[in-house]
Design a protein around this ligand. Structure first.
Ligand code: GDP
Ligand code: MG
Length: 605
């Protein structure tokens, strides 16, 4: 297929606006998958079990479609993007291989926070934007209002907006036509030396790492010797395939095409996203790569007991092969033994990961409370000046230096976009203030919706901000954020002591103005979480040597059923069973047994 007849595009949308449904329709209309009533809701591109359960796309998938338009054959490469705030960086990676996007907006919900964030990503990448309203079949659809929002916010001419129903298959041809007519063909050169952009990778049990590549120039064929511009490592091309969306093996890929490359890479860690691939012995200009995904949230992960260490290690290794966004470091904790510190893109990413550990590998590890990465400037000492490193980054509260050594502390910030109906404005503004947010913008996007922009500390949003926002607004407010660097901030290490012993695994780094409240909350919650034991337990929160809060957990009587003399046997059996079950998932820390979930539950509201 001539280059002029190739189009590379993505669909970008707020979660649930119908991206996967539209992708399926495009596959059907181009004959890549069979149409069938019973298949009509099956989302071909969402493959993982968790994706189906949670209805989110976790990993970007792609497909090549063949489309006949006015007697000419077009190759349309659809690059799927993830649809959740945690993964917004993955969206920008996927966009790097595209010339245009379909900006899909629910005609009932209207523009939402991720619509705004995604629009600016596409706009900033100079991509052609095809605005499309979806779900026009819904009785409550209000295309007029949503067109107006798009005009107000993005200066989009309402007459250019397509109106479709992905579910009912209305207007799909118009979308395909717009892709062919308005997008440029990829700026490639088939006669130049081969070079390709590696923009995604996955792991296959039998073939090892597989890379998704966009061939920018030249041709790549089976058996070629290729080289990574980043690592300089050399490989032989073992397999090449197109995704239609199932793999179709081919002998070569030419400039303009997107396909899957298998070579003898041992792990997907070797497949660097944003890398340029070229032929061995040739020098080419490196393609503009992009920022590697940066984990934002870190948590310790430990086996329930050390006998499960190897099993857990294998599970983590296998899962991270397929999810190169997770970073892994070995870590040890005095209380929990040998484990790891993992980095995730966000809390949802972390939950998806631990859910997959359980579902796919039967692993039930202890996961400690998530933390962001703080930046600390140390007081200058001779040694530090000599080493030239007075700045340290920490994401494990256990590594927080002594206060006397600290010159200044910094925390990571985000720029957040929130879109909400007017009626929830008051409570959302209060929430943002409580989370130390600073409002930078407020715009009416129509007569009853507002877009708010805030600078917020990342640590204030990672745990439960999204959920709280949804609850406050009965689900109507939407939220997205982008990284905005570090800001000076007065941070302290809040320690938790159990019977006088500091338990680092329960400590956290907090803003000084919040230490009192959080300290109280934590001891209070621990009092509920930690079951009564043989001895009294004093739970204390402290900063340095200063105790901020204390609660006592009274010892239990030796026999949980001692009070229930006589009668009720079933009640007695039930209590004993509960006690036994409780024991199973306990972990001894500072001579006190803690339930597995303690470390993460203690910070949840
Ligand atoms: P995604 O999160 O953007 O991938 O959204 P999905 O494609 O998973 O769709 C979310 C929900 O909206 C699903 O329940 C779809 O069946 C539904 N949906 C998608 N398109 C339409 C449409 O055109 N009309 C109606 N009524 N529902 C739709
Ligand atoms: Mg989807």
């Amino acid at each position: 297929i001539p280059v002029e007849q190739i189009r590379n595009f993505s669909i970008i949308a707020h979660v649930d606006h119908g991206k996967s449904t539209l992708a399926d329709r495009l596959l059907e209309h181009t004959g890549a998958i069979k149409t069938g009533r019973d298949k009509s809701n099956q989302q071909v591109l969402d493959k993982l079990q968790v994706e189906r359960e949670r209805g989110i796309t976790v990993k970007a998938q792609s497909a090549s479609l063949l489309y006949n338009y006015n007697g000419e054959k077009f190759l349309l490469n659809l690059i799927d993007t993830p649809g959740h705030v945690d993964f917004s960086n993955e969206v920008s990676r996927s966009l790097s291989a595209c010339q245009g996007v379909i900006l899909l907006v629910d005609a009932n919900d209207g523009v939402q926070a991720q619509t705004v964030a995604n629009f600016y990503l596409a706009f900033g990448n100079d991509l052609v934007i095809i605005p499309v309203l979806n779900k026009i079949d819904l009785p409550n659809a209000d295309p007029e209002r949503v067109c107006h929002q798009l005009q107000t916010l993005f200066d989009i001419d309402p007459s250019t907006i397509l109106k479709i129903s992905a579910k009912k298959g209305i207007g799909i041809d118009k979308v395909l036509e717009a892709i062919v007519k308005t997008l440029p063909s990829p700026p490639v050169d088939r006669n130049a030396k081969f070079r390709a952009l590696l923009f995604d990778s996955s792991h296959d049990k039998y073939r090892g790492a597989l890379s998704l590549i966009f061939v920018k120039d030249g041709t790549i064929s089976l058996g070629d010797n290729i080289c990574s511009a980043h690592t300089k490592k050399e490989y032989e091309v073992k397999s090449l395939s197109l995704l239609r969306p199932d793999e179709v093996p081919v002998k070569k890929l030419v400039a303009g095409q997107i396909g899957l490359l298998g070579c003898n890479m041992r792990s997907s860690k070797e497949a660097h996203i944003g890398d340029t691939i070229h032929h061995v012995g040739e020098t080419v200009e490196v393609l503009p790569g992009f920022q590697p995904l940066k984990p934002m949230v870190f948590a310790g992960i430990y086996p329930m007991d050390q006998s499960q260490h190897i099993h857990l290690r294998n599970a983590i290794e296998k899962l991270t092969l397929n999810d190169s966004a997770v970073t892994v470091e070995v870590d040890t904790s005095p209380a929990l033994g040998q484990g790891w510190r993992l980095g995730f893109l966000g809390l949802l990413h972390m939950e998806v990961f631990s859910q997959r550990l359980e579902q796919e590998y039967g692993a039930e590890p202890i996961i400690t409370a998530p933390s962001v990465t703080y930046k600390i400037k140390l007081k200058p000492t001779k040694q530090l000046i000599k080493d030239g490193s007075d700045i340290i980054y920490i994401n494990n509260p256990a590594h927080f230096p002594d206060t006397v050594k600290i010159e200044e502390t910094f925390e990571p910030m985000v720029k957040a976009t929130i879109i909400t109906p007017d009626e929830y404005l008051g409570s959302i503004i209060s929430l943002c203030m409580e989370r130390r947010g600073v409002q930078t913008n407020a715009t009416n996007i129509d007569n009853n919706r507002v877009m708010l922009q805030y600078d917020l500390p990342l640590c204030e949003i990672v745990l439960d901000f999204h959920d709280t926002l949804k609850t406050l607004s009965s689900g109507y407010a939407s939220f997205d954020y982008e990284d905005s660097g570090y800001q000076s901030s007065n941070l302290v290490k809040l320690q938790i002591l159990l019977n006088g012993t500091a338990v680092d695994e329960l400590s956290s780094i907090v803003h000084i103005t919040k230490s009192q409240t959080i300290g109280k909350q934590m001891v209070h919650r621990l009092k509920d979480i930690i079951p009564r034991q043989m001895v009294q337990i004093a739970v204390q929160a402290a900063i340095g040597g200063k105790i901020l809060a204390r609660e006592n957990i009274k010892p239990y009587r030796k026999d949980v059923t001692a009070k229930l003399y006589g009668g009720d046997v079933t009640r007695r059996m039930k209590l004993l069973a509960q006690q036994a079950a409780g024991k199973k998932k306990m972990r001894m820390v500072a001579n006190i047994s803690l339930p597995r979930e303690t470390f993460i539950d203690v910070l949840k509201k």
